[in-house]
Write a protein that binds this ligand. Structure first.
Ligand code: TRP
Length: 471
């Protein structure tokens, strides 16, 4: 595993290797668990439009910027900025990134654990013959259990840890290459079943779900929805905390960064939309409330599997794929922390992995039990739009801080640095692989990175804080 010239890092073995690995990082619970539930809470189609706009105008430029910074410096996010701009505060991106990785992985491990529990329940055929209501109760019962969510969170973190200590190539490439296409195929199968599901009463219709997803109701747009869409786009694309700076540092010098970023972003987005098509028709056919929160897909999917020939096997295979998709994402989160610890604190990879995994698992334990043991641990605020008190538990607080603040602000720093401080020649050199390939999109990219992305992120923030009101 250890190479003679370079002891700490390898590189991906093929162009497909980097696309598979970065897509593996991007495609995960963010697409299949978080995207549908946030879209459901935000009122559907209008959220989708804003989300897509953010992916195109901000997400892809940030992703490509991270690749450029990573490959040109061959370092972790913190070290990369220290190297590029010594004695300037850009390395803050690296610090925020570490904090974000800790927070995200803490709650990600919880949902990864839910996925494992569902795999386990599928194998034991626990959903067999259960009504939609009963399936919902199974989820609530599990989440309100005093130890099971914790048990599975620890297992999930253990797996993440093992893959990361095993090293980059073996760990990442092998799994994502086989199982991502399977996941994609299964989502299509589930979507078809969801759309054709018989409605439970005459007033209900699965087609409503497609309308909900694709027919924007712009009256639903408000500052919160826009803010949610921004956070979700960063989270889903794995951008804003330097995870892709780290992955970029493993990309070979002759791979094309631009086309890679495009392929990865578009497939990530495609999978999220596909997950929406798989979930919402069933939500409407079953008379469910799309605003069901974090449990949405865990309450809906088993019902769809129940109504499918061979549902038992589809269900198992699906949760296997989803677990692996979650793992290829969680390892990219842990990888950022580990690479930074190894390079900056000069400790071994093993030691760095152990320290990071233990700390995150402890923080994650509070998340896993956020609906039971630690349910009162959090903040309650008054929600003006509904006139009710809402409680944010620890899980929700971490999600909120990381996705709404750390990632977008990190992304803002990254594009501002790349657009205004990195030096145009160096950008072009990296994009063209030292002049080997043509970069027809160069002007567009620079325009997005220098103006569109920074201005858009800033406006969304001002809008949300009420300093500037567009609606
Ligand atoms: N994008 C992943 C998902 O959708 C989560 C993730 C992995 C992530 N690495 C990241 C999010 C880095 C932000 C930054 O499930």
């Amino acid at each position: 595993m250890i190479k003679s010239i370079d002891t700490s890092r390898g590189s991906f073995s093929s162009k497909f290797g980097i696309i598979a690995a970065a897509a593996g990082s991007a495609i995960g619970l963010g697409n299949i668990w978080r995207f549908p539930y946030v879209l459901g809470e935000s009122g559907g189609g209008a959220f989708l439009i804003v989300y897509l706009l953010f992916v195109l105008s901000i997400g892809i430029p940030v992703m490509l910027s991270e690749f450029i910074i990573g490959r040109s410096t061959q370092m972790n996010p913190f070290g990369a900025f220290k190297k590029l701009a010594p004695r300037q505060p850009w390395f803050i991106v690296g610090i925020m990134g570490i904090i974000a990785a800790f927070m995200i992985l803490s709650f990600y491990g919880t949902v990864g654990g839910w996925t494992l529990e569902y795999l386990y329940k599928s194998v034991l055929n626990r959903f067999s013959g259960k009504s939609a209501d009963e399936v919902s109760h199974i989820f609530e019962g599990f989440r309100n259990n005093s130890y099971r969510p914790l048990l599975w969170q620890v297992v999930f973190m253990g797996l993440t840890f093992l893959i990361v200590v095993a090293g980059i190539e073996k760990g990442i490439e092998k799994y994502s290459k086989i199982l991502m296409p399977v996941l994609f195929f299964l989502l299509i199968v589930i979507a078809v079943r969801s759309v054709t599901l018989p409605a439970v009463s005459e007033k209900l219709n699965p087609a409503e779900g497609l309308r909900f997803l694709f027919k924007p109701d712009f009256s639903k747009l408000n500052a919160k929805v826009i803010f949610d869409a921004l956070g979700q786009s960063f989270f889903s694309l794995s951008i804003g905390m330097g995870a892709l700076i780290t992955y970029g540092s493993y990309i070979r010098k002759n791979d094309n960064l631009g086309s890679s970023a495009l392929i990865i972003s578009l497939s990530d987005t495609f999978i999220a939309v596909l997950a929406g098509i798989a979930i919402f028709p069933a939500v409407f056919a079953l008379g469910f409330n799309p605003q069901s929160g974090e449990g949405l897909v865990f309450k809906i999917l088993p019902v769809i599997f129940q109504n499918m020939p061979g549902g038992y096997f589809v269900s198992i295979l699906f949760f296997v794929c989803l677990s692996v998709a979650a793992l290829t994402s969680s390892i990219s989160l842990l990888e950022v922390v580990v690479t930074t610890f190894v390079e900056e604190l000069k400790i071994s990879r093993r030691k760095a992995s152990i320290i990071a995994a233990i700390l995150i698992t402890i923080m994650g334990a509070i998340c896993a039990l956020s609906w039971y043991t630690f349910r009162n641990f959090g903040v309650s605020t008054f929600d003006e739009s509904t006139g009710q008190m809402v409680h944010f538990n620890f899980f929700m607080i971490l999600d909120y801080i990381a996705l709404k603040f750390l990632l977008p602000i990190g992304g803002l720093f990254i594009v501002v640095y790349l657009g205004w401080f990195h030096g145009k020649k160096d950008v072009l050199k990296e994009l063209s692989n030292e002049g080997v390939s043509k970069v027809i999109y160069y002007k567009l990219f620079m325009f997005l990175v220098r103006f569109v992305a920074p201005v858009a992120i800033t406006i969304v923030f001002l809008n949300e804080t009420g300093l500037l009101k567009f609606n």
